[in-house]
Write a protein that binds this ligand. Structure first.
Ligand code: GLU
Length: 302
């Protein structure tokens, strides 16, 4: 079966069941999206591409941006990074505060919010303008020079981002932020508010399918690409990583905008988007679509 016919079949199965789940409304601007949206796109290492539904419509990538900022931090400060952030699944919600106190301000992994704030701090210290740096990086990886932040989303999150502010100030109290918490939060909120489509995300994540290399050369080393894929498998889909590995079997990173990107090292990068979330923050129709993709294609790292 070709990737296009697999995506067509998944779309046909899922379209009548939409909308599924609940749109994230704790960031009010995210709730303005049509909950019936559904798109998928896949790029493979031989240059193949297939897509379906709303694959070209941009959405708020939210926590998917954490893979890009982690990549940037690993490019510039790999050793320092792992003294300040762990590599274990958290077993708690992505925005939890309790664990951080017990573990002396060292976040469990770079994909929970506390970990991403430390990663953002590292990017700020090493690259200066972290907002411009991430936008430029996403443009380069995707080949789309007009990718940008949705400032309404960034502003909406900043106005109500009390919990993230609490995490940032708490991290600072443990000495695990170098920059002022407000500066880190501003960059973090913008990073989450980057708007990209499934097609652009699938293209951008190809360096993780190609052992660190994209079409214009090395983004990171092959061992760093392996490390990021491992972290996505163990920490990329919130508190549902176990179920996700069980049912999909691919490294993946989700965001509360309803996007999920999955990677099969050596083979492909795949993105799905549908805004309704399950209770753990993963796109409900998106998770189902990936499960169906794994079943129909027989592709999994296991
Ligand atoms: N900007 C969101 C937050 O910090 C990101 C959450 C997510 O996608 O996991 O709450």
């Amino acid at each position: 079966m070709s990737y296009q016919s697999i995506l067509d079949q998944i779309h046909e199965e899922i379209a009548p069941t939409l909308p599924q789940g609940r749109i994230a409304d704790y960031i009010p601007q995210l709730a303005c999206v049509d909950e019936r949206k559904f798109g998928m796109a896949i790029c493979d290492v031989d240059g193949g591409y297939a897509s379906v539904g709303d694959a070209d419509e941009r959405f708020s990538i939210q926590s998917i941006s954490k893979v890009f900022t982690l990549t940037q931090a690993m490019r510039t400060a790999d050793a320092q990074l792992w003294r300040r952030v762990g590599r274990e699944p958290s077993g708690t919600a992505f925005n939890s505060l309790v664990q951080l106190e017990f573990e002396n301000g060292i976040p469990r992994n770079p994909f929970i919010n506390a970990g991403a704030l430390v990663v953002t701090d590292i990017v700020l210290s090493h690259l200066g303008d972290a907002k411009a740096a991430l936008r430029e990086f996403a443009r380069r990886l995707s080949g789309a020079s007009d990718i940008d932040y949705d400032l309404r989303v960034a502003d909406s999150e900043a106005r109500l981002g009390y919990r993230n502010a609490a995490l940032a100030y708490f991290l600072k109290s443990f000495g695990n932020l170098e920059n002022h918490p407000d500066q880190v939060l501003d960059a973090y909120f913008h990073h989450c508010a980057l708007s990209m489509s499934c097609a652009e995300l699938a293209r951008s994540f190809m360096y993780l399918a190609r052992h660190g290399i994209n079409s214009d050369g090395a983004v990171i080393s092959s061992s760093q690409a392996k490390a990021i894929n491992s972290l996505m498998l163990t920490s990329g889909t919130y508190d549902a990583v176990g179920a996700f590995a069980y049912s999909v079997g691919l490294p993946a990173k989700s965001g509360v905008g309803g996007g999920i990107v999955a990677v099969m090292p050596g083979q492909f990068s795949l993105c799905v988007w549908s805004p309704g979330l399950d209770g753990r923050g993963n796109s409900m129709a998106g998770s189902l679509a990936l499960e169906r993709f794994a079943a129909l294609s027989g592709q999994s790292i296991f």
